[in-house]
Ligand binder design. Structure first.
Ligand code: PLP
Length: 459
């Protein structure tokens, strides 16, 4: 294991690190009874090493669907160091700005869906969601419609963890014990073609368009600011909508003066093989939220992109009283720019499509297994949804997917993400064909040992 001489010395043993972690850290999503730890200390490309020196293959993109250009790229470290030596930070409030954030904004507008022309920086996705909601409300307010405050979201959509974004997230367990959540949020049904039971036998899009129209009727179009959605639902399990879903939803929103916010925190910057997935999905967004792949994880940064006519309303006579200390951080925006250059230069959008093909080929055998409900792949974003019964499509106990993910990591050295009853795949976009095969072979093997009750047969 090579530790750079310029890093401060800190060399406890692996088990000491794990013990310190248990003593000091509260991990998101972890339960108290889960005592095992996996302390990652180094990464290169799609490979990682834990504190014990075990090599692991990252098929989860830093665990959370990012890392487009892969781990440990010295080019990005050099850009960060050079920018720190030049200017590490100065605010962008009021009249101040910096050259790096201006250059990145221009690049983002060039890459963005048609009609987008303005940028507002955040430190990540949840802040981006909060920002987008405030922008949508303020836009209507400035235009003389202050009653437009409601936000339409969807169940099974993930939008972050702050009080605002967490309220908009469509998983009930995010709201337990921390309420009251944000008022004026309505969660609609998601487009989930596999789960036909959600639509009572009706065509999925017909059902959802009708539900949207009835919701608008009930709340009142003049009280709704925006609808937010992931072009393809990511953390909820690569849920790909029918082709006519977003165009028809957009048409209803247009008719009712409701803004469309595309949450591209996962899908942006090549994850599905496109710069922005909202384009092929026909969302025609007014506001686009980005983070994660914008820097491949080399710096915390997000950006909310919007139509100029929206951005132009915000300063008003009073100013736009919303913003973060790290807005337009010079180091983060310089690194983001270099990251986008790498994505382009190395053809990583095409690679995402290739990864999708390798996954589909490698996972073909699992589609026949009784525990596999559906395999869904969109470029380098994939999910294997597990069921305890094919007919009723009853979800497999989420504890089982946790056991499977642990088994894959500790025995095969393959990291996938488990969320609910699904195994989720979102590797760095530098994954090669051999690595894809290594991952899919391990997944096929583990799922072949699983029965409908969730028992994993020994190897
Ligand atoms: N939106 C989507 C679609 C996400 O998947 C996430 C995080 O996974 C977020 C928003 C929140 O981003 P962050 O964790 O950077 O706050």
């Amino acid at each position: 294991m090579s530790i750079s001489p310029s890093l401060p010395t800190f060399s406890p043993s692996a088990s000491e690190l794990e013990e310190m972690d248990r003593r000091y850290l509260i991990h998101p999503y972890n339960r108290w009874e889960r005592k095992n730890r996996c302390v990652i200390v180094r990464g290169r490309g799609c490979l990682l090493w834990d504190a014990h020196g075990n090599e692991l293959l990252d098929v989860a993109g830093g665990g959370l669907f990012l890392g487009q250009v892969g781990h440990g790229r010295p080019e990005l470290g050099e850009v960060a160091a050079a920018q720190m030596a030049e200017l590490e930070y100065f605010t962008s409030l009021r009249e101040f700005s910096n050259d790096r954030s201006i250059r990145l904004a221009e690049r983002l507008v060039e890459l963005a869906p048609e009609g987008i022309g303005k940028v507002f920086y955040t430190s990540g996705g949840s802040e981006g969601v909060d920002t987008a909601v405030k922008i949508a409300r303020l836009y209507h307010n400035r235009r003389g419609e202050p009653g437009r405050t409601w936000i339409l979201s969807r169940k099974i959509g993930y939008h972050g963890s702050t009080l605002g974004a967490g309220s908009i997230t469509g998983f009930d367990f995010f709201h337990v014990g921390v309420g009251p959540t944000l008022p004026h949020v309505e969660h609609l049904s998601p487009p989930y073609p596999y789960r036909t039971e959600f639509y009572g036998g009706e065509d999925c899009t017909d059902f959802l368009v009708r539900e949207l129209e009835q919701t608008i009727e009930r709340i009142g179009a003049d009280r709704i600011a925006a609808m937010i959605g992931e072009p393809i639902i990511g953390a909820g399990g690569t849920i790909i909508p029918p082709e006519d879903y977003w165009p028809r939803i957009r048409e209803v929103l247009d008719r009712n003066g409701i803004l469309m916010i595309a949450d591209e925190v996962v899908t942006g910057f090549g994850r599905t093989g496109n710069w922005f997935e909202s384009v092929p999905q026909g969302m025609r967004p007014d506001i686009v939220i980005t983070a994660k792949g914008l820097t491949s994880g080399y710096q915390p940064l997000g950006a909310v992109l919007m139509r100029p006519e929206i951005g132009d309303e915000l300063p008003g006579d009073h100013g736009f009283f919303h913003g973060y200390t790290w807005f337009g951080h010079p180091v983060a925006t310089a690194v983001a720019m270099a990251n986008l250059d790498l994505i382009e230069k190395e053809g990583l959008l095409d690679r995402a499509h290739a990864i999708g093909r390798w996954f589909a080929e490698g996972l073909a055998p699992v589609t026949e297994l009784p525990v596999v409900g559906q395999v869904r792949i969109a470029g380098a974003l994939g999910a294997i949804e597990l069921v305890s019964d094919q007919e009723s499509r009853a979800w497999l106990d989420p504890v089982v997917t946790e056991i499977i993910a642990d088994d894959l990591r500790t025995v095969d050295g393959v990291i996938v993400r488990n969320e609910g009853s699904s195994l989720l795949l979102a590797p760095p976009l530098v994954l090669d064909e051999d690595q894809a095969r290594r991952a899919t072979t391990a997944i096929v093997n583990v799922l072949s040992r699983l029965d409908g009750q969730g028992n994993l047969a020994p190897r």
